[in-house]
Design a protein around this ligand. Structure first.
Ligand code: F6R
Length: 230
């Protein structure tokens, strides 16, 4: 599995924990890859994405500790971190299920607008919009928000077997509409989902409010043949 951090997937993680506790599923044989990690935080910083995912999800399931992978953001070797992460993903046979959120600027992972649609895991600089959006995790102090991340690339994300993007709230309505119904463009990295043969987008009404064909999507979903899953 590939996992996003941030607010959007929290309900999904809560549901997976519920199913684990109900003994419906186990993560004992799963390998988990984070989408991205901040550069420049102290090791173990509670706001690192590794700490976030351990707190919100991994500590509550039976995933073996060594099966949690995140980009290496140590200063030494930063230039090869992306390639090493790609090799680790490849060594386990790739990512079957990738959970995603979307930034207000249209990013997936931290592939900011103008990221190559063929990009692989690498160092990226966050946009001002992304840093402002994430300041809530840093006591609303913009100065504390890191400027750099190592993120899976758009090409890396597109290699996963199934993409599931979750978005809620009115702030996501614009980027969601641009990603789903706008042109395929590096200016909206999430529009790359249009290239993927198996992408599922889960929205609340507010996040879906700017979709031109929302009624058609509801009709399609309601009329899905029973053999066709999401
Ligand atoms: C986080 C990530 C980002 C977030 C996006 C939405 O690992 O890759 O793309 O998914 O910034 O964040 P939230 O869900 O907090 O609105």
């Amino acid at each position: 599995m590939g996992l996003a951090t941030g607010s959007s997937p929290l309900a999904t993680y809560a549901e997976l924990v519920r199913r684990y506790e109900g003994e419906e599923i186990s993560f004992a044989a799963v390998q988990v890859f984070l989408l991205d990690e901040y550069v420049g935080l102290e090791a173990g910083d509670p706001q690192s994405y590794r700490a976030f995912i351990e707190r919100e999800f991994i500590s509550r399931i039976d995933l073996p500790k060594e099966n949690l992978h995140s980009p290496d953001v140590a200063d030494a070797g930063l230039e090869t971190s992306g390639d090493r992460y790609e090799s680790t993903i490849a060594a386990v046979g790739g990512i079957d299920l990738q959970l995603l959120g979307i930034g207000t600027d249209g990013h997936i992972g931290f592939n900011e607008p103008s990221s190559s649609l063929g990009s692989r895991t690498r160092l990226k600089t966050l946009t001002a919009a992304s840093r402002a959006d994430n300041a809530r995790f840093f006591d609303n102090n913009l100065d504390q928000v890191p400027r750099h991340v190592v993120t899976q690339g758009v090409g890396t994300i597109l290699d996963a077997g199934h993409l599931v993007l979750t978005a809620t709230g009115p702030d996501k309505a614009g980027p969601v509409a641009r990603a789903i119904e706008g042109p395929l463009t590096a200016m909206v990295p999430a529009s790359a989902l249009q290239l993927h043969p198996h992408a599922t987008v889960v929205l609340d009404d507010a996040a879906a409010s700017k979709l031109e064909l929302a009624d058609y999507y509801r009709e399609t979903f309601a009329g899905k043949p029973s053999w066709q899953s999401v």
